[in-house]
Design a protein around this ligand. Structure first.
Ligand code: SF4
Length: 448
């Protein structure tokens, strides 16, 4: 029996059904007179809790009975016949995440300044978001109902933060008791039902490294192919997360981790035909090593967790250089600044320097220091508006590019609450936000 250790974040999730936010003109939804604010309660007698339920229960059905609570308070029952492929044209409210009941030593929420926007303090632990967006869960609080749902609705793959298979260590890291820390039965239940799992280890020096890490990787490898990969990412400390039980990740620590894990990877490639356990890009960069080759990453199973991002970008950049060379494009008039985090800046500097030499571009890379979070935070994704402003005097050329990942996905606002427009007004040249992928095509566009 799984304990129910999760409290709804807001009262809204106790309301029955799922709310409609938009109905496309000319769609089935519009023909049925559905409107924003209406709630779908049941489909063919089965409760609808969120849009995943709607998708699952409507999928493949050509005859449907839909129970609706209208925004006006009326209850409707709609009988529908449709072609299987016909879309309803309805958009739904976002899923409100369930929250965890852990007290992880390294929880990112503890690393935020108090003024950070509220969404950064949401301790989401939700198997639905794991399936939809690759968010990691610890499975410590998964309910029987959620487990049934994962299996019935095939919410696969699931992303699970394992951290250590040693129960004492896992319980210590998660700040819970050993009984709750033990998720072996839950993982097995998922695997037996054909749910694929990607695992994660947040590597904390002196806690789950060395032999504990070795055992964790091999224990998980025994569950391959059900457990298809493991991401090993380093602990990140901000100036607000200064728990004395945590030790910062150093260059030497990273070099040791690479040495040990490389031998395991070699062994597992021989046995499983895949690298299986992947070290985060940060570990290579902090160690002063180049990230491994394209082959190492296979089909990049953990790219959402940032694993292989540098390799993927570098390869795209090299293809861009080849394309430019073939087209003999002259980009000499392009002159601008690319801002990024301190960690990635040296890699980008090298690539851009080669491009400048070869094609006459005058692109300048600025390594922006993260003053907002402080500590050893050096990734591009956590830079804030204030950080970009502090680096303004290093800008040269006709434009500035900042990483798009620094903006909220659904709103042009940065982690310190500064809006993108506000940042734009404070620079004398246009600023563009683009992600790694866009950066390559943006540079390509400039060169033509
Ligand atoms: S599970 Fe995630 S959100 Fe919850 S305490 Fe641990 S790190 Fe924080």
């Amino acid at each position: 029996m799984y304990e129910f250790a999760v409290t709804p974040a807001v009262t809204q999730i106790r309301r029955r059904g799922v709310s409609i936010t938009e109905v496309a003109a000319g769609s089935i939804g519009a023909e049925l007179d559905l409107e924003a604010g209406d709630r779908i309660i049941r489909i063919n007698g089965r409760l609808v809790r969120d849009y995943l339920d709607f998708r699952f229960q409507a999928a493949g059905e050509t005859e449907l009975v839909i129970e609706v609570r209208k925004a006006s308070g009326e209850d409707w029952e709609l009988n529908i016949e449709r072609d299987e492929s016909e879309d309803f044209g309805i958009s739904f409210e976002q899923i409100v995440p369930r929250q965890c009941a852990n007290e992880c030593l390294f929880c990112f929420c503890k690393g935020n300044p108090e003024t950070a926007r509220p969404s950064l303090f949401v301790r989401d632990e939700d198997v639905r978001l794991s399936f939809l967006y690759g968010n990691y869960t610890t499975l410590t609080s998964i309910t029987e109902d959620e487990m049934r749902r994962v299996i019935e609705q095939r919410l696969s793959p699931q992303y699970v933060s394992v951290h250590a298979t040693d129960l004492d260590v896992r319980a210590y890291l998660l700040g819970i008791d050993k009984e709750r820390a033990d998720i072996s039965g839950k993982m097995q239940q998922m695997l037996d039902s054909g749910i694929e799992i990607h695992a994660q280890v947040v590597l904390c020096p002196g806690i789950n490294d060395r032999e504990i890490l070795r055992r964790t990787i091999y224990d998980l490898a025994r569950m391959h192919p059900g457990v298809s990969s493991v991401a090993i990412v380093p602990l990140g400390l901000t100036r607000y997360l200064n728990d004395p039980r945590l030790t910062p990740v150093t260059a030497d620590f990273c070099r040791d981790a690479i040495k040990m894990v490389s031998a395991i990877q070699k062994d597992l490639r021989g046995k499983l035909g895949t690298t299986f356990a992947f070290l985060g890009d940060e570990i290579y960069l902090k160690a002063g090593r180049m990230v491994p080759s394209r082959k190492h990453y296979g089909d990049y199973p953990q790219i959402e967790d940032g694993i292989g991002m540098v390799r993927s970008f570098t390869n795209q950049f090299q293809s861009l250089m080849r394309r430019l060379a073939r087209s003999q494009a002259s980009a000499a008039r392009r002159s601008g600044t690319i801002m990024t985090g301190e960690l990635f800046a040296p890699v980008l500097e090298q690539l851009i320097a080669r491009m400048n030499r070869r094609f006459g571009t005058r692109l300048n890379v600025v390594a922006v220091k993260n003053e907002y979070f402080g500590g050893d935070v050096s990734v591009a994704g956590l830079l804030t508006g204030g950080d970009f402003l502090s680096a303004r005097d290093q800008v040269s050329g006709d434009f500035v590019i900042i990483p798009k990942v620094t903006l909220k996905s659904d709103e042009p606002v940065m982690l310190d609450g500064m809006r993108f427009e506000e940042l734009r007004e404070k620079f004398d040249v246009p600023i563009h936000a683009c992600d790694y992928q866009d950066l390559v095509s943006t540079i390509e566009g400039m060169a033509n």
